[in-house]
Structures are given as structure tokens and as C-alpha cells.
Design a protein around this ligand. Structure first.
Ligand SMILES: NC(=O)C1=CN([C@@H]2O[C@H](COP(=O)(O)OP(=O)(O)OC[C@H]3O[C@@H](n4cnc5c(N)ncnc54)[C@H](OP(=O)(O)O)[C@@H]3O)[C@@H](O)[C@H]2O)C=CC1
Ligand SMILES: CC(C)CCC[C@@H](C)[C@H]1CC=C2C3=C(CC[C@@]21C)[C@@]1(C)CC[C@H](O)C[C@@H]1CC3
Length: 476
């Protein structure tokens, strides 16, 4: 990671060559950088702890229990809003509610009950004919007056997305108040060093915490008995203090949001250096903001990833989340700051199309599988062809998942290519992410295949016969 940071800012920017120089400790260590990282973690942890009006359940654990995760934030997104009042809330097409079924448009109106102090919420349950509102309307009697609580959310508006929006607002206000955000790129080395130090110390604490965790809380992989191996892979599956889930928090918040913040700081510094950001810098910032915003909007989907379900939380994921993502995933923007790349509109349009195709496949495949897993009878997936398995769970063999066995990886890799292309083809460095990510997904796909083979046995063999290619049709 430090080699990448040093090479990106050097003139030759040679990925495969030696680093331009070996930094002194004084260049790596900065108490201010450590304080900045800790402040950033504190801000994101505070946003994570904001009251969530809805929680999602994780996958079933070894002891058959399920953990709860805060999903939807405390305020609505979209045309509805949270109101105490006489049961009305603006929504497209006029008045809401009472007992009439709300139109199941793209906004999911979440009515929820809440016991308030001594007064008990009495419930109105929308009639069963309401196809997609699986909620109840809350009312409460206060001094003889009936009040109702109504909350509307857009489908999937994750609390993580709201943390991104709130962070953007706070950073925007800070910049207006004089926060020197464009000076951040000068601190990337000490910030990366501080983030790595935090990840290392945090991983040590997690390792010590796991020594007193019950056997049922341990991950399958990180308990070999070799302290170094277990420290790296992580012993405990879901380390928590109270309801604060460290793995879930780290995977989605400080690293991903920090990534786009670093990108923004690089864009702002280019504007200061050259009068305005280059088109290539705008593209890289826009593509990667879309990617992070999408991940946070659909944060519930992370609960079904192997990192949450299967992998322990140790140094690999702690460093990956807190240091590797923000400082290496922003490599293209770092490269562009020091190596401006002229980009014409025709080529920029082609690159935007490539990213759009990648995102279409990525989102389409992930949403199709996640919808199917949540509700196989959902009209959007009910007509897809499936294979039954001994576990009762079915496997999709048509739609995106009939094209290749990991269509979402294909979409992600296409986007990774689109992120590199704005940097031109004169250097290999901007394509590091594509190379690393290809290796990561090929390895990840192999791990997933093994897990699915264990889970589904003959059904998985049948699936592989029906869908012979793993990631790229007719190639791999
Ligand atoms: N940018 C980055 O650094 C990274 C990005 N990612 C992205 O994250 C996303 C999630 O990827 P990942 O966490 O690897 O897991 P996936 O979303 O690919 O999920 C894999 C699981 O999906 C289920 N599944 C597989 N095939 C089928 C099928 N035919 N029908 C129904 N269910 C099926 C299986 O679980 P089960 O059957 O038990 O439900 C399998 O274990 C991807 O889009 C990936 O590109 C991932 C890693 C890093
Ligand atoms: C440093 C190590 C060699 C590798 C560390 C890998 C981690 C950086 C990735 C492992 C799985 C990840 C996922 C995502 C980000 C990267 C890590 C943490 C996403 C959150 C990216 C956005 C997607 O929409 C979901 C991904 C889930 C897995």
C-alpha cells in the first residue's frame, strides 16, 4: 500500500519498479494524522449509533440465533416524512392512509408501532389486500387526542446511505467554514500509516477479546491454533460490544466513506492546482461515488456476504476496511492529481457507457439474487427457473445467474476497468485496482464455490453443468 502511495505521486509512476524513495519515520508518523483518523472513526461510529427505526436480521448462526443490524435511519428519505399528527403524510397522489391500502409504489411506507411510556400504541393493520406494505400504523392516545406515527422510506434506503449524506453535509459545511480539505492529499502517507496502526492495535484487541469469547462465537477459519494465522484471519465471527457490530461497521462505513472523501479532496486540490478539475478526475469521482452510494443504499445486502457470514474479523479485514479501501481504492484519483490526463468527450462518453454496463450487470445481478433470497415469490423473480437443493433453498439457473455463476463479479470488474480508463494507457499503476480486484474475485469465487459445494452437493454440480462459466461467459 505504501509503495502504491509513493509511486502514484512520483513522476515515473512505475508500479513494477522500486519506490521512488524510502520515507523516513518522520514522514510516516504524525500525531495529527492519528487524531484525524480517530476523529473520523468517532464521527462514523456516532452516525452508526443514530437510532435506527428498523433492524435487519443476519443469517442464522451456528447456535441457530440471528443477530440484529441497524438498517434504516431515523428519518425518512423520499417524498414522505415522519410526522406526529392526525395520521397524514404527503405522498405522491395526495392524502395517506387511515386504513386504506397505500399504493405499493417504489416507496415503502413503513408504519410501525411503538410503545410510548405508559400509553400503549394501538395498532391499525392495513388490510391484507395491501400487497407490499408489511407494516402497521401506529397510533397513541395523548390527553384524549389520537396521534398517529407514520414513516415512509424509499425501498432500501440504508442507514449507511444516510451516514454518507450527513457526512457530506458536515464536510460541506466545514469547507464553507474554511476546512482545508484540499490539503488532505499531502497527508495521505501519514494518514495511511495511522490507519494501519489503528487497524493493527484494533486487531490485537479483537484477538484478545476472542480469547474469552464462547466457542459458538468463533469463526470456522480463524482458529487454527497458530496465533499469527488466527490474528490475520480473525478468531471471532461477529465481535460486538452491546449492539455495536465492529465487522459490519468497519466494512461499510469509515473505509468506504473515507474513500470518496479522499477522492473529493484530490479533486479539490486539482482544482486549486489547475484552475478546475479535469474531466478524468470528475469521471473517477463520479463512478466511485456511485459505487459507494450503491453499497450504502443496499447495505442490507452485505449481511449475506461471506465476510459477514463466514470470515472472522481479524487484521485482514480490519486493515482491508480501514486502510486498504480508502488509500488504494483512491489510487486512480491520486494518479490523476500528479499525472493529468487529457480526456476528450467522445472517449469519456465511451468510458461512461462501459461503467453504466458494468453497474447495470452488478446491480441487476445482486438485486435479483438478494430479492430471490428474501422472497422467491416476489413477482420480479418468481418466473425465473431454479434448481431445488437438499437444504430447501433453491438456486437460480436463469436470469443473470443463468449467464455465469457470479454475474455480479463480472459487473464489478467491468466497472473497475471503467475506473482505470480515464487515466489513459501510459502507465500500469491506475490499473492496479483492476489487477488486484481480479485476483481477489477469482480467489473469492473459488472460496464461494467450495462453500456452495458443501452446502448444496449434487445440486451445485447440476448448477455447474447448467451454468459452466464462473465469471466471464465463454471465457472463465
Ligand atoms: N469492491 C470490492 O473490493 C469487493 C466487492 N465485492 C462485491 O460484493 C458483492 C457481493 O459479493 P460476495 O460477497 O462475494 O457474494 P455474492 O453476492 O456473490 O453471494 C454469493 C452467495 O450467493 C448465493 N448464490 C450463489 N449462486 C446462486 C444462485 N444461482 N442462486 C441463488 N443464490 C446463489 C450463495 O449463497 P446462499 O445460497 O447461501 O444464499 C453464495 O454463497 C459482489 O457484487 C462483489 O462484486 C466483493 C468483494 C470485494
Ligand atoms: C487487504 C486484503 C488483501 C483484502 C481485503 C479485502 C477487503 C478490502 C474487501 C473484502 C470484501 C469487501 C467487500 C466490499 C469492500 C471491500 C472488502 C471489504 C464491499 C463493501 C464493496 C461494495 C460492494 O457493494 C459490497 C462489498 C462487500 C464485500
Amino acid at each position: 500500500m505504501f509503495h502504491l502511495l509513493l509511486v502514484a505521486r512520483s513522476g515515473p509512476a512505475r508500479l513494477l519498479g522500486p519506490p521512488p524513495y524510502l520515507p523516513e519515520l518522520e514522514e510516516l508518523w504524525s500525531p495529527w494524522a492519528l487524531l484525524l483518523c480517530l476523529t473520523w472513526l468517532g464521527l462514523q461510529a456516532t452516525l452508526y449509533l443514530l437510532p435506527a427505526r428498523k433492524v435487519a436480521e443476519g443469517q442464522e448462526l451456528k447456535d441457530k440465533s440471528r443477530l440484529s443490524y441497524p438498517i434504516n435511519g431515523a428519518w425518512g428519505l423520499g417524498p414522505c416524512a415522519e410526522l406526529w399528527g392526525w395520521g397524514w403524510s404527503p405522498r405522491p397522489g395526495g392524502e395517506v392512509c387511515g386504513d386504506e391500502p397505500a399504493t405499493p409504489i417504489s416507496i415503502l411506507c413503513l408504519f410501525y408501532a411503538q410503545d410510548v411510556g405508559g400509553s400503549t400504541g394501538s395498532l391499525h393493520t392495513p388490510p391484507p389486500s395491501t400487497p407490499s406494505i408489511a407494516a402497521t400504523l401506529c397510533t397513541r392516545e395523548v390527553a384524549g387526542v389520537t396521534l398517529r406515527k407514520l414513516k415512509c422510506l424509499t425501498n432500501g434506503s440504508g442507514q449507511g446511505f444516510q451516514a454518507l449524506v450527513l457526512t457530506a453535509l458536515l464536510v460541506g459545511l466545514g469547507v464553507l467554514a474554511g476546512l482545508p480539505l484540499s490539503a488532505l492529499p499531502e497527508m495521505l502517507l501519514p494518514l495511511a500509516f495511522a490507519a494501519t496502526l489503528i487497524a493493527f492495535i484494533f486487531s490485537l484487541l479483537l484477538y484478545l477479546k476472542a480469547l474469552v469469547a464462547p466457542a459458538s462465537a468463533l469463526a470456522p477459519g480463524g482458529n487454527s491454533g497458530n496465533p499469527i494465522y488466527d490474528f490475520f484471519l480473525g478468531r471471532e465471527l461477529n465481535p460486538r460490544i452491546c449492539s455495536f457490530d465492529f465487522k459490519y461497521f468497519c466494512e461499510l462505513r469509515p473505509g468506504l466513506i473515507g474513500w470518496v472523501l479522499i477522492n473529493l479532496a484530490l479533486l479539490m486540490q486539482e482544482a486549486e492546482l489547475r484552475g478546475s478539475p479535469s474531466l478524468a478526475m470528475w469521471l473517477v469521482n463520479g463512478f466511485q461515488l456511485l459505487y459507494v452510494g450503491d453499497a450504502l443504499w443496499h447495505e442490507e445486502a452485505v449481511l449475506t456476504t461471506m465476510d459477514i457470514i463466514h470470515d472472522g474479523f481479524g487484521f485482514m479485514l480490519a486493515f482491508g476496511d480501514l486502510a486498504w479501501v480508502p488509500f488504494t481504492y483512491s489510487l486512480q484519483a491520486q494518479f490523476l492529481l500528479y499525472h493529468p490526463e487529457p480526456l476528450g468527450l467522445p472517449l469519456a462518453s465511451v468510458i461512461c457507457l462501459i461503467n453504466a454496463v458494468g453497474y447495470y450487470i452488478f446491480r441487476g445481478a445482486n438485486s435479483q439474487k438478494n430479492t430471490f433470497r428474501k422472497n422467491p415469490s416476489d413477482p420480479r423473480v418468481a418466473d425465473l427457473e431454479t434448481i431445488s437443493t437438499a437444504t430447501g433453498r433453491r438456486l437460480l439457473v436463469s436470469g443473470w445467474w443463468g449467464m455465469v455463476r457470479h454475474p455480479n463479479y463480472l459487473g464489478d470488474l467491468i466497472m473497475a476497468l471503467a475506473w482505470s480508463l480515464p487515466c489513459g494507457v501510459s502507465h500500469l499503476l491506475p490499473y492496479f485496482y483492476l489487477l488486484y480486484f481480479t485476483a481477489l474475485l477469482v480467489h473469492r469465487e473459488a472460496r464461494d464455490e467450495q462453500q456452495c459445494l458443501r452446502k448444496y452437493g449434487l445440486a451445485w454440480h447440476a448448477y455447474c453443468r447448467r451454468v459452466p462459466y464462473r465469471i466471464v461467459p465463454y471465457i472463465y
